[in-house]
Design a protein around this ligand. Structure first.
Ligand code: BGC
Length: 796
C-alpha cells in the first residue's frame, strides 16, 4: 500500500508512515503534515473531510509530488544523507567562507564545558569561537555532557559543522591496559587488537571520535621516556603491532564503538638524540626507510584515518613542514588520503627551530608540506586566510585540505547526527566494565617477562610464607604512568592487593620511600621481617610517573637505595624474587646476581596486582618476551639486536685487540631482544628449508620443530630472523621476519612453518624502493634473537 493510500485510509485518525528521515501524517481534521526527523518541516494543506476518497487521494498525491520536488530546495545537499559524501563535501565547501574553511584546520585544547568551568572566561571565549566556526576539532574535551555542550555550540555556527573530539587514549580510557611497550611483549597481535577495541569502545562511549595513538616510533633508547608508548625496537614486529592497534581502534569506523586512530610521530621521533625528549634527529634515508618508516606505513595501510607530525627535524627540516616526509612519502608514495595533524604546537615551533621566520611563514610551510590540522599553535587560524588572500596558498589547495577533515566528519556520521557519540546510557554501560577488566588482566599477565629463574625459584606455592617488600608494591600513586586518560589509580589493584588474594601467609615491608631518599630504618625493618619468611618478593624500579612524555632519564637504572636494600636482603640468605616496575628497560646488571628470579612487570594498568600475582603464583605461566634490549650499562645505550656488523666486530690481532668494543663492559646486552623465559622449557630441532637455493619468484618454506620439554603447559614465541650477507647497503646482523606464538602442552611438539618471499628478503634503498639482491642469506630460528639455530640459502 502506498503512503498516500495509507494516509487517506486513516484520515479519521492520526496516522503516520515513515520513509527514512521523512514522515507523513494526515490528522483527524485533514491536515497533511510532513516532518523531517521529527521536526515538522511542512504543513501542506487542509483536506476537506467531506471530499470523496478519490478526490482526497488526488489531493494528497499532488501534495506529495510538490513536496518531493521541493525537497531538493528544502534540505541542503550537504545535509542530505542520501547523497554521496563527495557531493556533500563539494556542496558544503561552496557555502563556506574563507574563515570557516580555515577554522576547520584549527584544533583547540578544550577542558570542561559543564558546571562552574563553563562560566570561566577562557571557556566562554572558546564557545564563541566554536559558534563562529573557528574550530574544527578539540582535544581534551571528555565525557558525554561536555562534548554535547560544545557540540551544541558548533551546531549554532552558520553552517552547523560538527566538531571532532580528540584525546590521548594511549592504553585505555578508564580501564587501563598495560603500557603499549609491555603489551607488545605479549607478541599476541589478536590480544593487542582486542585491547585497542576496548579502549575505543570506552572512548566512543565518552563522546570521543579520535585518539592520538598508536605511537609507531621505533626506538633503541630507554633513556627516552616515551619508549613506553611504542612497540619496541624492531620494525617488522612494530609494523604488526601498529596495524593491530589501528584495526582495534578504528574497526570500519562505521559504528559508534570505534574511533579514529593517529599514527605518530611522523617520522623517526624515536631516534631523538641521547633519548632526550623534543631533541633533534639525524638519520640517513636508508635508515629512515628500513628502520623507522615500516611501522607507520603498516598503520597507514591498515586504514589509519590520521597521522601526526613529529616534533623533530629530518634532514634539518621540522617534520611538520617537511615536504619529503609528508607530501612525498606519506601522501605521494603511500597514497595517504587522511588528516595530518600537527603535534602540540609543532607548526608554530618551526619558528623556534629556526626554519620559519614567523607564525605566518610557519603556517605557510606546514600547509604546503601537506600537513593539515594545527593543534594549538594557532598560526593557521591567525595567518592562513591572509596567505590565501595574498595568493600564496590557492583556494583549491585550501579546499583540498578542508575536504579531508570534512570527509571524516561525514564518515563518522556526524553531519547526520552530531550527537551520535553523546549517549549517557552508553557512557554508563560501556566504561570500566567487569568484562573490560577481565580483558585487561589477560593482557597484563601476558605482558610480564620472566628474565631470570634460577632453580625454578618461581612460581611460589600458595602456602609459602611471603614477605612482599617495596613501597611501589603498595603505592597506588606510583602505579600509573603519564598517559592514563581517565584511569584512576585508586581503582587499580596494587601488587600487595593482588598478592593478598593468592598468599594467605603474606607480610609486607615498605623497604624504601617512594621518593627514593635513603632510609635505614625501612631497610632494617625489612631485614628483620625477612627472618620469618620463606621467600622475599622485592618490588623495585621507577615510579610510573616517570614513564611517558617529558620523562627522559639520564640514568635508566635501579635507584641506589633499592640496590642497598637488595644487598641487605641478600645477606639474609633467603630466596629473593625481584619484580621490576618501570616504563622502560632498566639496567638490571647490579640486580642480577642478587636475585634468584626477576620478573619484568613494566606498568600494567588497572589489573597490575592481579596479573603479577597470577604469574608469581603460577596460575599463569609467563610467556612475554622483551621487545627492547636490556642494556648492560647506561653507557652501552643505544644497544639493539639489529645492528650492523661493522668492519671489526671481533679482534683483529692475535692478542684480542683493535675491534668495536668497550674496555670496561661487555658488548653483549644483559638480555637480548625477544628474550623471556617460561616456567617450562622449549627446545628447537630440525630447522629445515624447502630449498637451499632460491630464485626471485620462489617462496621459501622454513620449518622447525618446537618441543615443550618441561613439565608444565606453556606458550612460546617462535622467532625467525634473516641476515643478508652482502648487499649494496649493509644489512643488520639479524632482522626479524616472522614470529608465531604457540601453545604447547608439557611434552608436546609442534612443527611450525614460515614462508619467506621477495618481500622479506628485500630491503629499501635511499629512494624508498624495495630492492632484492642475489647472494647468501642466513635464516635463524629460536626463542629469542640470540639463541637461534641457523641455515643458509642462496638467492640467485
Ligand atoms: C605529544 C603527542 C600528544 C599530544 C596531544 C604532544 O605533546 O607529543 O603525542 O598526542 O601532545 O596531547
Amino acid at each position: 500500500m502506498s503512503i498516500q493510500q495509507t494516509a487517506i485510509r486513516h484520515h479519521l485518525h492520526p496516522s503516520a508512515r515513515y520513509t527514512g528521515n521523512f514522515s507523513f501524517q494526515v490528522s483527524i481534521d485533514g491536515v497533511l503534515m510532513i516532518s523531517y526527523r521529527d521536526y515538522p518541516v511542512f504543513i501542506f494543506l487542509e483536506i476537506p473531510i467531506n471530499l470523496s476518497s478519490m478526490k482526497r487521494y488526488l489531493l494528497v498525491t499532488g501534495a506529495l509530488c510538490c513536496f518531493h520536488s521541493g525537497i531538493a530546495q528544502t534540505v541542503l545537499p550537504y545535509k542530505n544523507p542520501r547523497l554521496p559524501v563527495e557531493q556533500r563535501i563539494k556542496d558544503l565547501l561552496s557555502r563556506m567562507t574563507l574563515d570557516e574553511k580555515v577554522g576547520q584546520l584549527n584544533q583547540m585544547n578544550g577542558g570542561a564545558f559543564t558546571g562552574p568551568a563553563l562560566n570561566n572566561a577562557g571557556q566562554q571565549e572558546k564557545m564563541q569561537l566554536v559558534k563562529q566556526g573557528k574550530a574544527g576539532s578539540m582535544l581534551n574535551v571528555i565525557g558525554v555532557a561536555d562534548t554535547r555542550t560544545i557540540q551544541q555550540a558548533a551546531m549554532q555556527s552558520r553552517l552547523g559543522i560538527p566538531l571532532l573530539f580528540a584525546y590521548d587514549v594511549i592504553h585505555g580510557y578508564k580501564t587501563i591496559f598495560p603500557i603499549p611497550l609491555a603489551e607488545a611483549c605479549s607478541w599476541d597481535t589478536r590480544q593487542i587488537e582486542r585491547n585497542a577495541a576496548v579502549a575505543a569502545k570506552e572512548s566512543a562511549a565518552a563522546g570521543l571520535h579520535w585518539t592520538f595513538a598508536p605511537m609507531c616510533d621505533i626506538s633503541n633508547d630507554p633513556r627516552w621516556g616515551r619508549v613506553m608508548e611504542g612497540a619496541g625496537e624492531d620494525p617488522f614486529y612494530g609494523s604488526a603491532v601498529s596495524a593491530a592497534r589501528v584495526r582495534g581502534l578504528q574497526g570500519k569506523l562505521d559504528d559508534d564503538e570505534h574511533i579514529m586512530a593517529t599514527v605518530k610521530h611522523f617520522a623517526a621521533y624515536g631516534a631523538v638524540e641521547a633519548g632526550k625528549e623534543y631533541n633533534q634527529v639525524d638519520v640517513s634515508r636508508v635508515q629512515l626507510w628500513n628502520k623507522y618508516l615500516p611501522p607507520y606505513q603498516a598503520a597507514v595501510d591498515a586504514g589509519a584515518a590520521t597521522v601526526m607530525n613529529a616534533f623533530n627535524v629530518f634532514e634539518g627540516v621540522p617534520a611538520s613542514g617537511n615536504q619529503y616526509l609528508v607530501n612525498n612519502i606519506l601522501r605521494g608514495q603511500w597514497g595517504f588520503k587522511g588528516i595530518v595533524v600537527s603535534d602540540w604546537a609543532s607548526f608554530g615551533e618551526m619558528v623556534t627551530h629556526g626554519y620559519a621566520a614567523d607564525g605566518k611563514d610557519a603556517a605557510y610551510k606546514a600547509l604546503i608540506a601537506g600537513s593539515d590540522v594545527d593543534m594549538e599553535s594557532k598560526v593557521t587560524i591567525t595567518h592562513l586566510a591572509q596567505l590565501v588572500k595574498e595568493k600564496k596558498i590557492t583556494i583549491q589547495q585550501l579546499d583540498q585540505v578542508v575536504s579531508r577533515i570534512l570527509y571524516y566528519k561525514f564518515k563518522l556520521g556526524l553531519f547526520d547526527n552530531p550527537f551520535k557519540f553523546c549517549n549517557e546510557a552508553r557512557e554508563q554501560a560501556n566504561i570500566f566494565t567487569p568484562e573490560h577488566r577481565v580483558i585487561a588482566r589477560t593482557a597484563a599477565r601476558a605482558s610480564v617477562v620472566l628474565l631470570k629463574n634460577n632453580q625454578q625459584a618461581l612460581p611460589l606455592a600458595a602456602s609459602d610464607k611471603v614477605l612482599l617488600i617495596g613501597a611501589f608494591a603498595e603505592s597506588k600513586d606510583d602505579l600509573f604512568d603519564f598517559w592514563i586518560a581517565q584511569g584512576k589509580s585508586n581503582d587499580a589493584v596494587s601488587v600487595y592487593e593482588g598478592f593478598k588474594s593468592k598468599f594467605s601467609n603474606l607480610q609486607y615491608a615498605k623497604g624504601y620511600n617512594t621518593d627514593l631518599t635513603p632510609n635505614e630504618t625501612l631497610v632494617n625493618e625489612a631485614v628483620r621481617m625477612a627472618a620469618d619468611a620463606d621467600v622475599l618478593v622485592v618490588n623495585l624500579g621507577i615510579s610510573g610517573k616517570m614513564a611517558g612524555e617529558d620523562r627522559s632519564l639520564a640514568h635508566p637504572e635501579i635507584p641506589e637505595v633499592q640496590i642497598q636494600l637488595l644487598k641487605a636482603l641478600k645477606n639474609t640468605g633467603k630466596k629473593i624474587i625481584v619484580l621490576v616496575s618501570s616504563g622502560r628497560p632498566l639496567v638490571l646488571t647490579p640486580v642480577e646476581p642478587l636475585a634468584d628470579a626477576i620478573l619484568q612487570c613494566w606498568i600494567l594498568g588497572t589489573e597490575q596486582g592481579n596479573a603479577v600475582a597470577d604469574v608469581v603464583s603460577g596460575d599463569y605461566n609467563p610467556s612475554g618476551k622483551t621487545v627492547m634490549t636490556f642494556p648492560y650499562a647506561t653507557g652501552q645505550i643505544p644497544v639493539y639486536y639489529n645492528h650492523f656488523n661493522t668492519g671489526r666486530p671481533t679482534q683483529t690481532d692475535g692478542m684480542g685487540n683493535w675491534y668495536a668494543r668497550y674496555r670496561d663492559i661487555p658488548n653483549e646486552p644483559l638480555y637480548p631482544f625477544g628474550y623471556g623465559l617460561s616456567y617450562t622449557a622449549f627446545t628447537y630441532s630440525q630447522l629445515q628449508l624447502s630449498s637451499t637455493t632460491l630464485s626471485r619468484k620462489d617462496k621459501l618454506t622454513v620449518t622447525v620443530t618446537v618441543t615443550n620439554s618441561g613439565n608444565r603447559n606453556g606458550e612460546e614465541v617462535v622467532q625467525l630472523y634473516i641476515r643478508d650477507h652482502a648487499a649494496s647497503v649493509v644489512r643488520p646482523v639479524k632482522e626479524l621476519k616472522g614470529f608465531e606464538k604457540i601453545q604447547l602442552r608439557a611434552g608436546e611438539s609442534k612443527t611450525i612453518s614460515f614462508t619467506l618471499t621477495a618481500r622479506e628478503l628485500s630491503f629499501y634503498n635511499a629512494e624508498g624502493k624495495r630492492v632484492l639482491e642475489p647472494g647468501k642469506f642466513s635464516v635463524f630460528v629460536g626463542g629469542n634473537s640470540r639463541d637461534t639455530q641457523q641455515v643458509d640459502v642462496e638467492l640467485r
